[in-house]
Design a binder for this molecule. Sequence first.
Ligand SMILES: [Zn+2]
Length: 354
Amino acid sequence: MSFDCSGHIKDFLHELPKCEHHLHLEGTLQPSLLFKLAERNNITLPDLLPKTVEECDERYNNFANLQDFLDHYYIGMSVLIHEEDFYDLAMAYFEKAHSDQCLHSEVFFDPQGHVERGIDIDNVVGGFNRACQDATTKFGTTNKLIMCLLRHLPASEGLKTIEMTHKYYEQGVIHGLGLDSTEVPNIPSIFTECYQDLKQKFPHIGLTSHAGEEGDFTYIEEALDHLKVTRIDHGVNAVQKDELMEHLAKEEILLTVCPMSNLKLRVVDDIGKLPLRKFLDKKVPFSINSDDPAYFGGYILDNYLAVQKHFGLSVDDWKFIALSSIKHSWCDDVRKQELTDLVHSVISKYDGLL
Ligand SMILES: [Zn+2]
């Protein structure tokens, strides 16, 4: 089934104020910037990576699974060396997000993927943080950094990373903790001590974790029970258990859903098969996100449009999505009210047109 996604509905979805909660800055590395940075930093790229932008796009269009994508993702990381590389990468994303009317972004980064290559953590966080600040000045958007631990590495490495980044949490430069990379069989509870340790030191930070993408619903339950997260990245496999769906709705646990990513990594073979209608009917809050847009073929607006094309959602459905994504953001109440007011004014503007 395919629904109309042109005219007023397209304009409405473009103008609708958006919050992005599931975006890996390293996953915004477009092949054109990848090649530019490789040249700037004299990096010889491995043979696994195609030699041209067009060939990269083609290869990225045909990932076999999550691990196949991750193999390319880590090659991409290898061109990021200096503070300005991290800055350029993040600024390119913030500019694109702003053009999609994404007004608040909470963005992931993977410090371990850089530090283990000998990159100074100050280059990574310094470049990303400067871009967050400059994007606010230039575009009026609000932006927050969330550090992710790589779950294919042991928890002891995660604890070292937490220690290394302590000063950034103290300074309020990093706002949350997440868990990403190879989901199965790296169950969330392996990282309980990492989450407890950081939350004890900084009670105000946000906690989230990738769960229920390739892993089944038990990964989501583990992340909630053991890591005490207040939202779940992906989480589409929550649909496997009714009691879990009821719990997510009752406790208002936000799922940060990534439709085009799920299609490209073959979590589903059709975006229309994602359980979004069930989430809406059961009042499970979710946001729509781009995950790794350079690798999955679309930014946040592309994902909104893909959802509309496959589900033909109503204005009320979009209102629920837009307001949920604001309510469960980690920005302050003043910013939430500003964004909420903007959503209402866009909905009023299109009243009677959709
Ligand atoms: Zn992700």
